[in-house]
Design a protein around this ligand. Structure first.
Ligand SMILES: *Cc1c(COP(=O)(O)O)cnc(C)c1O
Length: 435
């Protein structure tokens, strides 16, 4: 692949269609775009930048879902053994591909339930307040569901969140959180903290946390470490096993394109496997496969992360995940990450060009060297009408009050022309405002 040509801001026009076309021509992953359905508005394909919220539908999802419906039609209960993909071990068909997305061993990941459900179930095991060690360390203004989950876990243990939740936020006048401020909190409160649970990629600013370093730093002080990878899985390079992370959970409907409310995923490091005495809420799908149907009285945990599974698997809501993982397998995580970097670099160049051409004041609040596929943009002096204009012109992005636009060019299906076309629409609007 040719090296990425860095734009010279003065000499070149970032909105030159030939430039975007040359980048698309050099893109070896470009053909994956045809594997997805794009929403249409008035007969025109949208410019879709909300893969960080709901990923687009892989065309294969329909086929895979239909196969399961057909097998149900044809086999009834026997589908558990005779379906093309037997339902009994159905979740096992995902482990290998999924493990590559989060840098785990296949036996460390499971597809199950929903993100918030899984966080709670994992915290039953990994948040064990004891003696002086009763606190949780997290990021300030975490995603609301995470905030509720953490606060309610504390209250469940009879602890007041006001006292026992330590939140680290950005410094005055800054948008992202400095790593050293997490480290300072760990230094100051280390022996009072039982668990650290942070979003690996911040949903609002798009900041990527230094998971490797923070995991080691916290564990060194005896803290159990979990990561919420809702915005990380399928987006950035993750090495949960090597980083020695205790547990992690994520959803599959954002960057992993498996449909609204898709069955989620979790990770438990192998060093926690096979323990019968770990506090855990248990169900029959976590029990030893050999004796499961003998219905023994005592629970014998499967010696993998599956011990945290509760129920037999929702095959219909997991089928689309197969389609998406097929594509990730074909494209390769490393290649996707490389393209993702180019897309966000180009998006930044387009934004800088548009700001200059229109004399507008944009502030990119996503840190340059700590970002995945998302750029969050503060547009000073403009509000909701700008966003409405973008929508009217076929740009699907995400708006946060008062004036933040979150945009996620996704390497599996977005191209450079999407970004260029968006830049042109934005520039037209800003120029029209100044007349
Ligand atoms: C998207 C997201 C969620 C959503 O939780 P669900 O249980 O899937 O509804 C939770 N936490 C974070 C950080 C998210 O980005």
């Amino acid at each position: 692949m040719p090296t990425f040509r860095v734009l010279n801001k003065i000499a070149m026009n970032a909105l030159d269609p030939n430039f975007a076309a040359s980048l698309d021509q050099a893109d070896t992953l470009a053909h994956f775009r045809n594997e997805f359905h794009f929403p249409m508005i008035e007969g025109k394909q949208t410019l879709y930048f909300t893969g960080n919220s709901l990923g687009l539908m892989p065309k294969l999802a329909e086929k895979y879902l239909e196969e399961e419906l057909e097998d149900w039609k044809n086999w009834g209960v026997e589908g558990h053994f005779h379906a093309r993909r037997p339902w009994m071990p159905y979740h096992e068909f995902f482990s290998e591909s999924l493990s590559k997305l989060v840098g785990a061993k296949p036996e460390e990941v499971v597809v199950m339930g929903s993100l918030t459900n899984n966080l709670h179930l994992l915290m039953v095991s990994f948040f064990q307040p004891e003696g002086k060690r009763t606190k949780i360390l997290c990021e300030a203004k975490a995603f609301p569901s995470d905030q509720y989950a953490l606060a309610s876990q504390l209250r469940y243990h009879g602890l007041d969140p006001k006292e026992h939740l330590i939140e680290v936020g950005p410094r005055e006048g800054e948008h992202h959180i400095q790593k050293k401020d997490f480290m300072a909190a760990i230094d100051a409160h280390g022996n009072e903290i039982a668990m650290m649970m942070i979003g690996g990629v911040n949903y609002y600013t798009g900041q990527v946390m230094d998971m490797k370093h923070l995991t080691a730093y916290a564990q060194n002080k005896g803290i159990t470490v979990g990561w919420d990878l809702a915005h990380g899985a399928g987006n950035i390079d993750i090495k949960l096993h090597d980083w020695n992370v205790d547990f992690a959970a994520w959803c599959h409907y954002k960057y992993i394109n498996s449909g609204p409310g898709a069955t989620a995923g979790y990770f438990v490091h192998e060093r926690h496997h096979g323990k019968a005495d770990i506090p855990r809420f248990e169900g029959w799908w976590g029990h030893d496969k050999e004796t499961r149907f003998e219905m023994p009285e005592t629970f014998k945990p499967i010696p993998t992360a599956e011990a945290w599974q509760l129920s037999n698997v929702p095959v219909m809501s997991m089928a689309p995940l197969r389609a998406s993982l097929d594509l990730f397998d074909k494209a390769g995580v490393k290649n996707l990450r490389e393209k993702s970097r180019k897309l966000t670099t180009y998006l930044q160049q387009v934004l800088e060009f548009v700001a200059e051409e229109s004399g507008s004041n944009f502030e990119i609040i996503t840190p340059l060297h700590e970002r995945g596929a998302q750029i969050s943009l503060l547009i000073h002096g403009y509000g909701r009408p700008l966003f409405d204009y973008l929508m009217e012109h076929g740009v699907i992005a995400d708006w946060r009050e008062p004036n933040v636009i979150r945009m996620a060019p996704v390497p599996l299906y977005n191209n450079f022309e999407d970004i260029r076309a968006f830049g042109e629409i934005l520039l037209n609007y800003l120029k029209a405002q100044q007349v």
